[in-house]
Design a protein around this ligand. Structure first.
Ligand code: SAH
Length: 398
């Protein structure tokens, strides 16, 4: 234990880590004893030398250390990483998400005690993102543990997210184990056949965080004419059609996403009831509104509009604009399913934005459900930053 480098925090700066928040910011550090290698384990101690945590050292990031464990008796090694991964998989088993044909997020970073590691499972194919230098340091242990615990057909890396730059890491993607099929992988979620392009898709290929919300939204879909804006590969539209929607219009700016959506629609026998539009959503919504189109169910699932505190104002305006349009496109009595995946936008703030949009377009509406990320994207109680997805099901009063 003696040879583990030690970082001492400034007096008074130990409060958050004592409360088990896993991040140590550079400004909180008073001294570094030893010469820790990037990603290696350091002991975090208070000003008075009291043990606080073992953490991964990240010399290039403002988040200078990320805690692995708050227990002085822990040893951070390959067995520790394996145990954490096994614990994360066990949660997904409890959630009944480990069926052979399905998909789920297996590891969700801080919430699973593995800061910087994301692992998604699509049937027996695993896709991982190593987004912190600590996760990068344990790369081999992570891959070996996944292989041993799950015996996947392939493990593919999609660490091509720009957050790696903040850690001083290059973007990386490629095959780590096994082989991928030369075509999209098919899996089934809530009875809908889905396709994921592991190598080319956005993020790890699919937006699994919306899996439960698609079902919630589909509950209002019977007989409905549906508009799925920011559709990606059509998760919401397909769930709605599976639950009896009359037709669905999908809009996305990515031609590849719409192509995948079209394949999925064919696979599920609903292609004849789908329409695909490759366009910029705000523009297209305006056009549809002006041409008098109206829908029973409108889904707005935009990309992150707010990535930093500086973008909060412009992002909120963006959310308000599309929500005004979404509401104007509803038939009386129709339902708007509206989402934000910006962690900087709290559920409270999002509700205010949508309320502002409704006031501006002079419509009376009621919240019928509040939505958040699926349970395979848990939120550690001490790390509310991971609570990024919020949604509202809003019914326009006839
Ligand atoms: N609803 C999807 C996930 C949407 S992710 C699902 O359930 O799987 C956000 C999508 O918005 C991406 O597919 C992205 O290509 C698309 N997008 C981003 N900016 C856009 C814009 N201005 N107009 C249209 N689509 C956009």
């Amino acid at each position: 234990m003696q040879n583990i480098p030690q970082i001492s925090l400034k007096a008074g700066r130990e409060k958050s880590i004592r409360r088990r928040h896993p991040w140590v910011f550079s400004g909180a550090i008073a001294r570094v004893n030893g010469n820790p290698e990037a990603g290696s384990t350091v002991r975090v101690v208070s000003d008075s030398g009291e043990f606080l945590a073992y953490a991964a050292w990240s010399p290039r990031s403002q988040i200078r250390a990320r805690a692995w464990s708050f227990d002085a008796a822990s040893t951070i090694n390959a067995a520790f990483i394996r145990q954490r991964i096994a614990r994360a998989i066990e949660l997904r088993r409890q959630l009944h998400l480990m069926d052979d044909a399905g998909a789920c997020r297996l590891v969700f970073s801080e919430a699973d005690g593995l800061p910087g590691l994301i692992v998604d499972r699509y049937r027996d194919y695993l896709v991982c993102q190593l987004l912190s230098v600590g996760a990068e340091f344990w790369r081999e242990a992570i891959v070996a543990a996944l292989e041993e615990l799950l015996v996947p057909r392939a493990i593919y890396e999609r660490s091509d997210a720009s957050v790696r730059h903040k850690e001083g890491l290059e973007l990386r993607s490629g095959l780590l184990r096994g082989e991928l099929p030369g075509e999209p992988v098919e899996y089934t979620l809530h009875g809908v056949r889905q396709l994921v392009s592991i190598e080319q898709g956005q993020k790890t290929g699919s937006y699994l965080d919306q899996s439960v919300n698609r079902l919630r939204v589909a509950a209002y879909a019977k007989g409905a004419s549906v508009l799925d804006a920011y559709s990606y590969s059509g998760g919401f539209a397909l769930a709605a059609l599976h639950h009896g929607a009359a037709d669905a219009s999908l809009i996305d700016s990515s031609a590849e996403a719409l192509q995948l959506a079209a394949h999925q629609a064919t696979l599920n026998g609903v292609a004849a009831r789908c329409q695909f539009t490759n366009a910029n959503v705000p523009q297209e919504l305006r056009r549809l509104r002006d041409s008098g189109q109206r829908y029973d169910l409108v889904v707005l699932d935009p990309p992150k509009f707010v990535s930093s505190a500086q973008q909060l104002q412009s992002g909120c305006r963006g959310y308000k604009d599309i929500n005004m349009l979404g509401l104007q496109l509803l038939k009386p009595g129709g339902v708007l399913a509206t989402f934000s995946c910006s962690g900087h936008v709290s559920a409270d703030l999002f509700q205010k934005i949508v309320a502002g949009a409704a006031a501006d377009v002079r419509c009376d509406a009621q919240i019928i459900e509040r939505l958040s990320q699926a349970p395979d994207h848990p939120v550690a109680l001490q790390f509310p930053e991971a609570d990024y997805l919020c949604g509202l099901l809003v019914r326009m009063l006839p």
